[in-house]
Design a protein around this ligand. Structure first.
Ligand SMILES: [Zn+2]
Length: 376
């Protein structure tokens, strides 16, 4: 019971790092001696010390000695030299006698090596406590480390009647979701390495697709643009030198428009030629390409067609929907239910979390495919 309580504290600490530590995992650790927590730590920011080091330092700051204490840590401690020295060495040096680990790190350079090193040093190691919760916190990291393929999040905002936009767009862009929801979307963007939209979204909304604040991270912005229809005066191309931009075009469009490709490339954007899949964008190819570029997490912010394509091909891991308490009826457009009707079978989400943002409600959940990738 007490073990679970300590690990839950470590899990809560871990969550504080989400949005700042990626592509690293979010990790938390607590150090316990004589049934008292004597140190807490979490990985705060990519490149900064890991949770274990921060917890050991916290003991020292609070004037306690971690010698002979127990550490509860949400992920297997690292044993390799990365941006920081291995955590296993620090744990051994601090004289801890036992380490309780929630989930193993499936990365090639880890996968049990950290635990082995601790055991070789005479430290007792237990694994698997709150493993499911720990895996869910770091689901994108665990999938990418285990499979080399990026975690895909589909995000959209809709009204109660399934509309994603106002029919009359003459007065400029009118948002479906409220300001609080839109602020939350920026937190989601801070988590991921790339954002993807379809060309229709670019033409309709002229988005910038950056995270604000960007926390020093440059997202790769991806546009599915089979026929190379991207407007040369759009904001994405105007900012291509500031943040990476990848235009995914079909081979046919690429060959037919050499001058346009040249103009796009000159803005600083990259045109990625995609092998055709019956006139549709070849999504597995795009995901492979992003994974090769070490993108562990992709956010899809497209319209109904792009979203439905990902669902149809079972390529979504997580779904995040903001529902606004409005019925637009005839004054609404871009209906999510149309393209969704092409899905041959419906499905339910797992590990669902509901969260209100003012009057809006956010529903997040994982697909069945995601669960099997995580071994849950
Ligand atoms: Zn570490």
């Amino acid at each position: 019971m007490r073990d679970t309580k300590y690990m839950r504290t470590a899990l809560r600490l871990a969550q504080r790092g989400i949005g700042s530590v990626e592509p690293n995992p979010a990790v938390g650790a607590v150090i316990v001696k004589a049934n008292q927590i004597i140190g807490r730590g979490w990985h705060k920011k990519f490149g900064d010390p890991h949770a274990e080091i921060n917890a050991i330092e916290d003991c020292k700051t609070l004037g306690s000695n971690p010698q002979s204490a127990v550490m509860y840590v949400t992920l297997e401690p690292c044993s390799h030299q990365g941006k920081t020295a291995p955590c296993t060495e620090a744990i051994i040096a601090a004289g801890l006698t036992k380490v309780v680990v929630a989930a193993l790190d499936p990365s090639e350079h880890a996968s049990g090596k950290g635990i082995e090193q601790l055991r070789n040093a005479g430290i007792k190691v237990e694994t698997g406590l709150c493993e499911k919760e720990a895996k869910l916190i770091n689901a994108p990291f665990i999938k990418f480390a285990a499979t080399g393929r990026c975690w895909t999040v589909l995000k959209w905002a809709q009204t109660i009647d399934g509309k994603m936009a106002q029919a009359d767009n003459t007065q400029g862009h009118q948002w479906i979701s409220n300001q609080l929801s839109r602020k939350d979307v920026h937190k989601l963007r801070q988590r991921v390495g790339a954002i993807l939209v379809g060309i229709n979204t670019v033409i309709a909304d002229d988005p910038l697709l950056t995270a604000r604040p960007d926390k020093g991270k440059k997202l790769i912005r991806v546009v599915l643009d089979s026929n190379l229809q991207i407007p040369l005066d759009c904001k994405l191309l105007a900012t291509a030198k500031e943040a990476p931009l990848l235009i995914v075009a079909s081979q046919q469009a690429h060959q037919a428009n050499p001058q346009l490709v040249e103009e796009i490339t000159q803005t600083g954007a990259e045109v990625l030629v995609c092998p055709d899949a019956q006139g549709q964008s070849n999504l597995p190819f795009v995901l492979d390409e992003l994974s090769k570029r070490r993108i562990a997490q992709l956010l899809v912010e497209g319209g109904p067609t792009v979203i439905s394509s990902f669902l149809k091909e079972n390529l979504a891991d997580e779904i995040c929907v903001y529902i606004s308490p409005k019925i637009l009826g005839g004054s609404g457009s871009v209906d999510i239910s149309g393209p969704m009707a092409q899905l041959t079978a419906g499905f339910s989400l797992h590990h669902v979390v509901l969260k209100p943002f003012g009057d809006d409600v956010r529903i997040t959940g994982l697909t069945k495919g995601a669960l099997s990738e995580l071994g849950l």
